[in-house]
Write a protein that binds this ligand. Structure first.
Ligand code: PLP
Length: 290
């Protein structure tokens, strides 16, 4: 079945799913007073599907539940969501790259139940970025690296629908002639991209930022590290400074859609590119069976 596809998950006030409805994605379905639209008050997940194989489903569902809990939303019924993910992935098995977007909002401002839907749509082939790499700029996120601990109401580390700041950062990158962003904390710690995690190869170790520092726990980064460990390549979570990124022997942004984007310049300066590792890792990540 060709994309786009839409599944509406009609929820009860506690988050249980009463009914799943296949709907026409070309028609409007969300109310103008839904808090997803008016406040960005909800959470989402984006799951990559390669030739019918939905990737890292359990990790995405676990994060969906964790983000919901951070926003005090009703807990989503993960069994119901899993069934819809599986149905959608099976329906798009003929397409090479599809993204499933799962959305869970606090619901209609004048109602009493959350709103949920799953939208499946074709995503572009990222082969050119895998080969040619991306230009990245560092931007100050304006928070200290301990913000998740000191100010949990800022929801750092939750995948909320409020991505206006992330989109603004990407526009700033474009103004600076770059493709993407690495956010840095006010105390100089490398955080994450607006929709990716940062991974650097430093002294033979693949390093990423600890989720405790207010970054999203990445499903792609997690599977990349598991694969690398299996290849005998050590991995670590620790705080890095921008200088470490500059002298890394490979630098990537990881995310479910693009998988692994090698960074070729950082703030206009070339950084080392590890094409072999990029190719092997992309191949592995694309062929995950779950
Ligand atoms: N960090 C942020 C802020 C993101 O939005 C994303 C992706 O959606 C990621 C990291 C990467 O997460 P994943 O690899 O699970 O897609």
């Amino acid at each position: 079945m060709p994309t786009p596809l839409l599944f509406l998950l009609h929820a009860d006030p506690t988050g249980g799913v009463e009914r799943v409805e296949r709907a026409d994605p070309a028609r409007p379905h969300v109310s103008v007073s839904d808090l997803s639209a008016t406040r960005g008050d909800g959470v989402f997940e984006s799951i990559g599907v390669f030739a019918g194989r939905a990737q890292a489903v359990e990790a995405h569902l676990t994060r969906f539940a964790r983000s919901s809990a951070m926003l005090d939303l009703p807990a989503p019924d993960l069994d119901a969501w899993r069934r819809v993910v599986d149905e959608a992935a099976a329906a798009v098995a003929d397409e090479p790259h599809v993204l499933l977007k799962l959305v869970w909002s606090r619901g209609d401002e004048f109602g009493d139940r959350p709103t949920g839907w799953l939208h499946a749509f074709a995503m572009p082939d990222h082969a050119a970025e895998h080969e040619d790499g991306i230009a990245v700029v560092t931007l100050d996120r304006g928070y200290r690296s301990d913000v998740a601990e000191t100010s949990p109401w800022l929801l750092q580390g939750a995948k909320t629908l409020s991505y206006a700041v992330n989109k603004a950062a990407l526009r700033e990158a474009e103004r600076r002639g770059a493709d993407d962003v690495v956010f840095v904390s006010t105390d100089g710690v490398v955080l994450e991209g607006p929709n990716s995690n940062v991974v650097a190869l430093v002294d033979g170790v693949l390093v990423s930022t600890p989720p405790a520092l207010g970054v999203l726990q990445g499903t792609t980064q997690h599977d990349l590290f598991a694969w690398a460990e299996g290849q005998g390549r050590p991995t670590a979570f620790r705080a890095m400074g921008v200088d470490e990124l500059r002298r890394a022997s490979g630098l990537w942004l990881t995310s479910s859609g693009r998988l692994l984007a090698p960074v070729v310049t950082l703030d206009g300066e070339p950084v080392a590119v590890h094409a072999e590792l990029t190719r092997a890792a992309v191949e592995h990540l694309r062929s995950r069976t779950r």
